[in-house]
Design a protein around this ligand. Sequence first.
Ligand code: ADP
Ligand code: MG
Length: 494
Amino acid sequence: MSNYIQGATGDWEIVIGLEVHAQVISQSKLFSGAATAFGSEPNTQVSLVDSAMPGMLPVINGECVRQAVRTGLALGATINLYSVFDRKNYFYADLPQGYQISQFKHPIVGEGDVVIDLDNEQSKVVGIERIHLEQDAGKSMHDQHPTMTYVDLNRSGVALMEIVSKPDMRSAEEAGAYLRKLRTIVRYIGSCDGNMEQGSMRADVNVSVRRPGEELGTRCEIKNVNSIRFVQQSIDYEARRQVDILEDGGQIDQETRLFDANSGVTRSMRSKEEAHDYRYFPDPDLLPLQLDQAFVDAQKESLPELPDAKKARFIKDLGITAYNASVLVAEQVSAAYFEDMLADLAKRTGKAEKDVATAASNWITGELFGALNKLGQSITDSPIAAGQAAELLALQLDGTISGRIAKDVFEIMLESGKGAEEIVEEKGLKQVSDTGAIEGFIDQVMTENAAKVEEYRGGKDKLFGFFVGQVMKKTQGKANPKVVNEMLKEKLDA
Ligand code: ADP
Ligand code: MG
């Protein structure tokens, strides 16, 4: 298998498990009423609970529980009707309580799985071990003062879902595909915004290596990596480092490491702490969490169509390619754009959706995404609405304009904001399918190029394209290419 690392003494397999911290979308924190908006002034979103004033009591936020349950359901996971909040004790300047409220032995969500999409239309299932709810810590700021560290508690107490995978990934690519899929799913259901650059999704990356087929090796855990690219870079670096140590006859110390994005290396941070180091115990301020099955069922009912199901439906019912389907479902807005455009296009052309779906999907993944890319915009702020796109493509499909002209019209739409029909009308871009008119142009071209006509008739078939080009030029690209081809053949071969 190509995923193996080739060492001097043979092949090594990389084993990866990810612990993803996903910030729950909710107005207020996990156990307090303080707000959670990103980018607010330091210490403006801190309640007495978040700053751990003596005597304050945590109160569970029902919305955060609901979001964790929906996330579990979207990952096909078991929902535990009984779960417990524990105190995980450690000292840190940005953790005023001296402990984090988390879940240990009884998490809210149990085993599930994520289907990841790999190259060549391959897919693979990565197991989910558990999801638990926990509080985020505050933030120490070391760069605000020459001799002091400042603490911002805005994030203190914000709800996180820790989504723990099984050690099922075997390459940096698989880890990247897993993170992308997870991000797509949480965005679909609106339980996390998935913005890694704002810190609302971060990953602890566990990496080990082993000889193919052997037991799992000793792992290192790279903490708090905040982009998919860095996750992948840190895996490649870390796996190579471990292979080098093992091939030199050394052994891997289980430890916590940091990824330095500037130099691309991982560095030892501390030796790995064990669960017993944290002295976990059930938080006496909180009762165990008991959910009704009816509540869970209602949450399941409320889930939107998820990306895998949508992709399967697009392929089966609409006949579009697996590649286009994957690209379209990666974000809910692009899938919705496609469906809106398709409904409109079917209406305009009087055809069944499945007969125009391939054209629409090709147009979005090709023309539209190409243009948005150039403009540096995302589909969310696409300057061309789905209905306008359908108007353009309908003109092409019914033969009013050629594919060539459609590209120009699209350019003008982007620049002017005008509709396709209006542009075609204004600039006189209607395709000429009128055989009489086309015949006139063909006759002109043949007269002007009499020598070439002789050569063609003498057997130089390759010249055919030249004649097509000349006729199209005379019509400023407006002649229907199919009609031109047919008529030219007829006349030249006459
Ligand atoms: P902890 O909570 O101490 O970090 P867990 O056993 O819960 O330990 O595992 C955390 C993560 O490490 C999981 O995502 C798991 O898949 C991964 N993991 C466990 N063993 C290995 C291993 N040998 N190699 C790579 N990843 C591993
Ligand atoms: Mg861990």
